[in-house]
Design a protein around this ligand. Sequence first.
Ligand SMILES: Cc1ncc(COP(=O)(O)O)c(C=O)c1O
Length: 356
Amino acid sequence: MEFDRKDLEHALAVVRRRVAPTPAYAWPLLASRCGAEVIVKHENHTPTGSFKARGGLVFVDHLRSAALPAGLVTATRGNHGQSVAIAAVEAGLPALIVVPEGNSPEKNAAMVAFGAELLVKGKDFDEARDAAAQEAAARGYLLVSSFHREIVKGVATYAWELFTACPDLDTVFAPLGMGSGVCGLIAVRDLLGLRTKIVGVVAEQAPAFAASFHNRQVTTGAGASTFADGLACRQPMAEALEVVLGGAADIVTVSEDEIAQAIRTLYEATHNIAEGAGAAAYAALEKTRGRYQGKRVAVVLSGGNIDRAVAAKVLSGLTPPAAPAAPALRAERAPQRWAGARGGWSLALGALSLRR
Ligand SMILES: Cc1ncc(COP(=O)(O)O)c(C=O)c1O
């Protein structure tokens, strides 16, 4: 997955039509917690609230070199879908986005607002992906995977921004789902000839990529059930694993509680709201901070698309369950049912229950 400078410059030009460079700020309160200079790359500040916006734009631009398909279809938990939606609509293509039941209502609403048709199908992501494949065949649409060379090239534009602003970083921590972000970082780091180490971060509840890294071969995880839905990888693609094996220094695993705590810390220290996957990189840095004393490191805050009701509970000290089912809307209608005891949070709304 190598790019040359010309590829990157073209991707940057495409991305710039919709995405301004995102800030990379050093936050002193994070520095004092970690004993290191901590730069946050704010990918929560794109037009879709996550780094994914970049990938869809470059993927769809690449399609223009041949006859355009009748439409695009993809399965998603939300951020990849928003990216495909904005890019398809910009190219004048219909976009069908398939999400599993219980998917984030706010991410669903955003995808529709960006112009996509939303189909809720399947009990989990795998079933939604099967439904997306069926729809692709039935409608003659192109099925878009969340890991593709052109998507990585688009996502790599954030790495370019980060490394050109901060070429002297010791380590960058980035969340690892299917791998577009980490592969983009590795490609650009190598292109620029930098020595920065790249550490991927996975959720304990979605261990497939870490297991594959340690086994040095594609390994299916025992589960992929985490409230950090962007990290819910059941099995990495061989192409992504090869790049990560060749270019990542390590993979750190973080628990659901550590991710929730990182959302709170990022809020207190920067007043940015991160979604679970967006906070994972910081969680990993804080967990391993002993190794980074006095160093200059970066964490990628990859997205801020967390439903309001879930964010409120996390900020109040709770850890969400793995797969919240339509929380925000139902909570809105029955606010009194949110009352709960501090020690063991469990709501009458079952699927919405939060634990401490
Ligand atoms: C906010 C966020 N962070 C991280 C990831 C993981 O990215 P990747 O699948 O490119 O590894 C995702 C994936 O959807 C995401 O939405």
